[in-house]
Design a protein around this ligand. Structure first.
Ligand SMILES: [Zn+2]
Length: 70
């Protein structure tokens, strides 16, 4: 048995394991990210992992009236 239990409460507060709504992979919502979110005024939990979040953000930015050249 390891001693991870020792700081379980602190770890529980610092890190949160969430499931990405896009790829359904587990990802870590770090204390830093939580602080960043709070700073930005976001009240909801992070819903996407880092890569999906970036992709989603980019998709929003690309949401322009002009059609894609595909
Ligand atoms: Zn994801």
């Amino acid at each position: 048995m390891d001693r991870k239990v020792l700081s379980h409460q602190a770890v529980d507060r610092a890190l949160r394991i969430l499931i990405c709504t896009d790829c359904h992979e587990e990802f870590v919502f770090t204390a830093e990210a939580q602080a960043y979110f709070a700073e930005k005024g976001y009240v909801d939990d992070l819903k996407r992992c880092k890569s999906c979040h970036a992709a989603h953000k980019q998709a929003e930015r690309c949401h322009v009236p002009s059609r894609p050249s595909a």
